[in-house]
Design a protein. Structure first.
Length: 479
C-alpha cells in the first residue's frame, strides 16, 4: 500500500483517484507477489501517455516479485536492473536493449546460474559489449546455461567475448583448466559480425557439435569465416555430432547488399558443404532461400546440390524452405514436381513440409507420397489470386489441387466408404497467410472436407511478451 501511495504522489494524472483501503498494513507485501514465477514487461510506445508512471509501476512490481524464474523485459528502468539481479531463483532472462537501457545494465553483471539468455540489441551494436555485462552473465552461468540467443545489427562492435580467458585465469577453479558453456544445447546468432577473433573466442567456450539446436540468421559479415570453421569441426575424424535442429538463412550478405555475385556463390556452397558433412538432423529450416542472383551460371547446379544434401538426413521430420519474393535481378527457385517427389520419396519420416511450389506443376507435385505428412505450408507466388486473402474463395484452388493428388490414388472399399484418416496423416494445409484443416466427410462417396481456420495473417510474430516463441519454449522447458 505504501508503494501505491508513493506512486500517487510522484505522478498524478486525470482520472487518478486518491482512494486506498483502510485497516491494511501499508508495508506488507501481498502474499501473491511471492507466487509469481514469470514477469513479462512489453515494449511501451515512447509517446504513450503516462509512460513514466507505467515504468514506475513496473519497477515497484519487480521489487516485490523476487521469486520470479522467468523475466522478459522490453525496457530497463533505472532501478529495474537491481531488482532483476537480486532475484535468487532467476533461470531465464530476455532483454531488449535500447540506448536508454545501456546505462542501466550494470547491475545485471551480478546475475549467476542462468539457464536461458536472450539479448536483442536495438542500439548501434553497443549492447553486447557494454560494460562487459553480457560477458559476465555468460561467465557466471557457464555451467548452467542451456540456451543462448544473441541478436544485433550490422553495427556490432568488436568481439564481445574478449576478457573471458582472463576471467577464467583469475577464477578460483578446482581441477578445471578452462571455463566453457558446458551445458549449452541451443544457440542462436542473428546479425553478428563474425571475424576470426570472435570465432576463436566462440571455439574456446562452445562445443558446436554437441549442440542440439543451432540457428544462424542473417550475418553482417563473416559467413566465409564461420561456415568453413563449422565444416572443419564436423569433418573431424571420430567427432560425435548431436545436432538435430538447424536453421540457416541461405541468402548471402553479398546478395542482400548487391555486391559481386561470386561472394553469394561461395557462401551458398559453404552452407551446403556444412550441412552435407553429417546426417543427424530431424528439423531443417532454410530461411530466406531467396533472393538469389540469377546471373550465377551454375545456380541450378547449386540448388541440385542442396536437394541432394537434404535427403542425406533421412530422419528429417520437419523441412522448411522459406522464400522471399523475386526482386529485380533476383529469382525464386521454386520446387518442381520432380524435386518435391525426390524429397518426399527420400524422407519417409517427414511430417511438416514448407516450400515454394512451381505452381504450373501443382497437379503433378507428388505430396500424396508423403504418408507421414501432417502439415503442408506452401509459399504461393505473389501474383497468384490465392497468394493473399483477396476474396472468400482465394486459396481454395491450390488446396483443392493438393487434395486431388491424394484422392487420385486407387483405394478399393467393398462398402464404398472412404475415411481420410485411415489412409493419411495430413491434417492441415496452409498458404503462408491462410490455413485449412482437413478431415473426412463420411458417406458412400469418396469425399474429403476442408475448412478455413481463423486467419493468422493478422497475428503479429511477437518477439517480446506472452506471444513470443522464446517465452513459449522456455515456459514449456521449465514447467
Amino acid at each position: 500500500m505504501s508503494q501505491r501511495k508513493e506512486l500517487w504522489r510522484e505522478r498524478q494524472h486525470k482520472g487518478q483517484q486518491n482512494r486506498f483501503p483502510r485497516g491494511v498494513d501499508e508495508d506488507e507485501i501481498p502474499y501473491c507477489a511471492s507466487r509469481v514465477r514469470q514477469l513479462t514487461f512489453g515494449i511501451l510506445a515512447q509517446r504513450r501517455s503516462h509512460l513514466y508512471l507505467a515504468h514506475r509501476c513496473l519497477e515497484e512490481a519487480s521489487k516485490n516479485m523476487q521469486n520470479a524464474e522467468i523475466v522478459d523485459v522490453g525496457y530497463l528502468t533505472p532501478s529495474m536492473g537491481h531488482h532483476i539481479a537480486s532475484m535468487k531463483n532467476l533461470k531465464a532472462l530476455n532483454m531488449f536493449l535500447d540506448h536508454q537501457s545501456l546505462g542501466r545494465m550494470y547491475p545485471l553483471r551480478d546475475i549467476t546460474n542462468l539457464q536461458y539468455l536472450r539479448v536483442v540489441d536495438h542500439t548501434v551494436g553497443e549492447a553486447l559489449a557494454h560494460d562487459n555485462v553480457v560477458l559476465l552473465i555468460l561467465f557466471n552461468s557457464a555451467s548452467t546455461l542451456r540456451s543462448l540467443s544473441l541478436e544485433t545489427n550490422s553495427w556490432q562492435l568488436g568481439n564481445f567475448l574478449l576478457g573471458w580467458e582472463q576471467m577464467a585465469s583469475e577464477a578460483d577453479l578446482i581441477e578445471q583448466d578452462r571455463v566453457s558453456l558446458s551445458s549449452l544445447k541451443s544457440l542462436s546468432f542473428i546479425g553478428l559480425r563474425f571475424n576470426q577473433s570472435l570465432i576463436d573466442s566462440l571455439e574456446n567456450i562452445i562445443d558446436f557439435m554437441s549442440l542440439d539446436h543451432l540457428t544462424i540468421g542473417i550475418m553482417a559479415t563473416g559467413a566465409l569465416h564461420l561456415f568453413p570453421f563449422l565444416r572443419g569441426l564436423a569433418a573431424e575424424a571420430g567427432r560425435a555430432i548431436s545436432l538435430h535442429q538447424l536453421s540457416l538463412v541461405m541468402s548471402s550478405e553479398s546478395a542482400l547488399q548487391h555486391l559481386e555475385d561470386l561472394g553469394a556463390d561461395m557462401e551458398f556452397q559453404a552452407k551446403i558443404q556444412f550441412i552435407a558433412l553429417f546426417d543427424t538432423l530431424t528439423s531443417l529450416e532454410l530461411k530466406e532461400q531467396n533472393p538469389y542472383p540469377v546471373t550465377i551460371a551454375d545456380g541450378s547446379l547449386l540448388f541440385d546440390a542442396l536437394w541432394r544434401t537434404i535427403i542425406t538426413h533421412e530422419n528429417l521430420g520437419s523441412l522448411s524452405i522459406n522464400s522471399m519474393e523475386a526482386t529485380g535481378t533476383n529469382a525464386i527457385p521454386r520446387l518442381s514436381a520432380a524435386t518435391v517427389t525426390t524429397l518426399i520419396n527420400n524422407l519417409p519420416k517427414l511430417r511438416n513440409f514448407e516450400f515454394a511450389p512451381a505452381e504450373g506443376e501443382i497437379e503433378e507435385i507428388g505430396l500424396s507420397r508423403g504418408n507421414a505428412l501432417v502439415s503442408i505450408l506452401c509459399c504461393p507466388q505473389p501474383n497468384q489470386p490465392h497468394a493473399f486473402p483477396r476474396s472468400p474463395d482465394s486459396g481454395f484452388i491450390m488446396v483443392t489441387e493438393i487434395l486431388k493428388g491424394f484422392l487420385s490414388q486407387d483405394f478399393s472399399h467393398p462398402e464404398g466408404k472412404f475415411v481420410w484418416e485411415d489412409h493419411y496423416s495430413l491434417r492441415r494445409i496452409s498458404l503462408k497467410h491462410r490455413s485449412w484443416d482437413v478431415a473426412s466427410a463420411f458417406g458412400e462417396k469418396r469425399q474429403v472436407m476442408y475448412w478455413e481456420v481463423p486467419s493468422f495473417l493478422e497475428e503479429t510474430i511477437a518477439t517480446n511478451g506472452p506471444g513470443s516463441e522464446w517465452l513459449r519454449v522456455v515456459s514449456k522447458d521449465l514447467a
